[in-house]
Design a protein around this ligand. Structure first.
Ligand code: CDP
Length: 220
């Protein structure tokens, strides 16, 4: 039997991260935050002065990435990057490096190595379409752009980061556009994905819905 995977994809600030972590916890599964990998590549590119349009050079950075995910913290080469990857600058950098096919290719094995018993919940843009096309359950989580900007605003302010709603709305729209229009692995629901609009749902309701779908699929 192959190790089950729940793939949760969707646009920025749709709540994927929180929901995926909660679903993983409820099932005792591992959790892969694939966006964190693109964020780390983006930050490392900025640090090393690697041009954001040089897909091959960025892919070399991505291929040597050995992040550690432990107790909700992310470390890279001994440095705690948990907060650094959540800044708006890191968000912008991540979606710039993510457009390159060689970068995406370089991260494939690393992402798949998270698939270990008893199971994996993976969140991102292409979990159900490219990385785990045989996922047990695929969910495409959306929310209106206003609901998403509002959530991101509260999240940033809550962490003590400066933020304005207008700037966030603009950033969300730009990233949505870049993520959906790119040639490789664009953001789109897998054909067999269950779609869920979370604009008016509490996190607990979204988590409960996904757990219900998974129970049905697993019993299937
Ligand atoms: O939390 P948020 O949805 O804003 O971002 P994220 O999931 O951490 O992803 C950051 C960026 O990485 C996205 O804007 C995408 O451009 C890229 N990404 C991707 O291309 N493929 C993935 N599987 C995950 C993220």
């Amino acid at each position: 039997m192959t190790t089950p995977v729940i793939a949760i994809d969707g646009p920025t600030a749709s709540g994927k991260g929180t929901v995926a972590a909660a679903v993983a916890k409820a099932l005792g599964f591992h959790y892969l935050d694939s966006g964190a990998l693109y964020r780390l590549v983006g930050l490392r590119a900025a640090e090393t002065g690697t041009p954001l349009d040089d897909g091959q050079a960025l892919a070399r950075l991505a291929a040597t990435l050995r992040p550690r995910f432990e107790d909700g913290r992310i470390t890279l080469d001994g440095r705690d990057m948990t907060d650094a990857i959540r800044t708006e600058e890191a968000s912008r950098l991540s979606s710039r490096v993510a457009v390159h096919a060689p970068v995406r290719q370089a991260l494939l094995d690393l992402q798949r190595s998270f698939r270990r018993p008893p199971g994996l919940v993976a969140d991102g843009r292409d979990m159900g379409t490219v990385v785990f096309p045989d996922a047990t359950l695929k969910v495409f989580l959306t929310a209106s752009v206003e609901a998403r900007a509002d959530r991101r605003y509260k999240q940033l302010i809550g962490k003590g980061f400066p933020a304005t709603l207008t700037a966030l709305l603009q950033d969300l729209r730009e990233r949505d556009e870049r993520d959906s229009k790119r040639a490789v692995a664009p953001l789109k629901p897998a054909e067999d994905a269950y779609r869920l609009d979370s604009s008016r749902l509490a996190i607990e309701e979204v988590v409960a819905t996904i757990l219900h779908w998974y129970a049905m699929t697993a019993a299937g």
